[in-house]
Design a protein around this ligand. Structure first.
Ligand SMILES: [Zn+2]
Length: 344
């Protein structure tokens, strides 16, 4: 069904944006190589860190399995970003441009996908991003994988789900001004979610206690979107205010990364901005870890708490095959037939 996988113009704009961020922007000046600092979305470092930390909040019955594959779950936390161009329909799973729906977006948008499709139309929803609905779908998939005791699917979907949940916690994933491009603040996306965590996250408090059961994943993921969106104004405002007091050569500096001289926000600018945000990045990151493990745990409980110790030796090669990638795309089609009609 071609329309299921339609991607709007906005999505292709975001693809270009992503390309710009992932590709190395380098200039050879004499023997000097200069590179613009750029890492995609919650930076790769943060995504990996979030999935890894989430494992330690799980109960022992789950840890027996998840810890065995801790490196897989860590490394593959970035898979969804890597396959944005290989898989049609992937790009829109990482964001929602809430502001295109007006001030009452959170009141107006149905929490569940079928009702949202009936109200807004699927192409329109996809154009402006579907992360809160996709998290629900991926959680359904994970519950099914636990029920089937399918070790490979449990690992693959858990890694992906951790990524989407973490993306939903990033304020700039909830606005069409996702990189400050509408307000002359280009580059703020990577600054907030890559540069700041890489500089300061080692000092964050990530001892969060054991995972909790989530009674209603739909309600909870929409609360995440609401709090991310509420934080967005200060993300943009503080950067603008701070920039006004900095000369460009103070705002940016060059650092050596992987033997490449990279232009990035200076340490002084980063520290001041981080202080102005008053713990915001830490709070969003901690909330990400919390929700990732809570939802992994909830899916396992909903599946009847299958004995994972029996699976621990069974996962074998867990890389995604072609058939699985195709199956991964079709979740929406299936969900359309199982969600209640009155859902809103
Ligand atoms: Zn992403």
């Amino acid at each position: 069904m071609a329309s299921i996988f339609h991607s709007g113009q906005k999505t292709s704009e975001k693809n270009q944006f992503f390309f710009k961020k992932v590709l190395t922007f380098s200039l050879i000046i004499g023997c000097l190589l200069l590179q613009t600092a750029s890492t995609p979305y919650w930076g790769f470092w943060a995504h990996k860190h979030i999935n890894r930390l989430a494992i330690f909040r799980l109960p022992p019955e789950m840890q027996v399995f998840f810890k065995k594959y801790i490196d897989f779950l860590t490394e593959n936390a970035v898979n969804p970003d890597k396959r944005r161009y290989a898989v049609v329909g992937e790009a829109e799973r990482h964001f929602i441009d809430l502001d295109v729906y007006g001030d009452r977006a959170l009141m107006m948008l149905p929490k569940h996908w079928p009702a949202a499709v009936r109200k807004m139309g699927e192409d329109s929803l996809r154009k402006h991003g579907i992360v809160p609905w996709h998290v629900q779908a991926a959680a359904s998939q994970l519950t099914a994988a636990f029920r089937q005791k399918d070790a490979r699917r449990i690992l693959r979907i858990s890694a992906d789900l951790g990524h989407y949940i973490a993306d939903a916690h990033v304020p700039l994933h909830t606005t069409r001004n996702y990189n400050g491009q509408l307000t002359g603040q280009d580059g703020i996306h990577g600054f907030w979610e890559s540069r700041l965590p890489e500089l300061f996250a080692n000092h964050y408090d990530m001892w969060l206690g054991p995972a909790s059961y989530r009674k209603d994943i739909a309600v909870d993921i929409w609360k995440v979107i609401e709090s991310s969106h509420a934080a967005m104004d200060s993300v943009l405002l503080f950067e603008r205010q701070l920039t006004a007091g900095f000369k460009p050569d103070q705002k940016y500096s060059f650092e050596l990364r992987n033997n490449v001289l990279t232009r990035t926000q200076s340490r002084e600018f980063s520290e001041k901005y981080h202080r102005m945000l008053a713990g915001q990045v830490e709070r969003r990151m901690a909330a990400s870890v919390q929700m990732v493990s809570d939802i992994w745990y909830t899916c396992w409980v909903n599946a009847g708490q299958p004995n994972l110790s029996l699976l621990a030796g069974n996962a074998g090669e867990v890389q995604e095959g072609k058939a699985e990638a195709a199956e991964h795309q079709s979740w929406l089609q299936r969900l359309l037939h199982v969600r209640p009609e009155s859902d809103n």
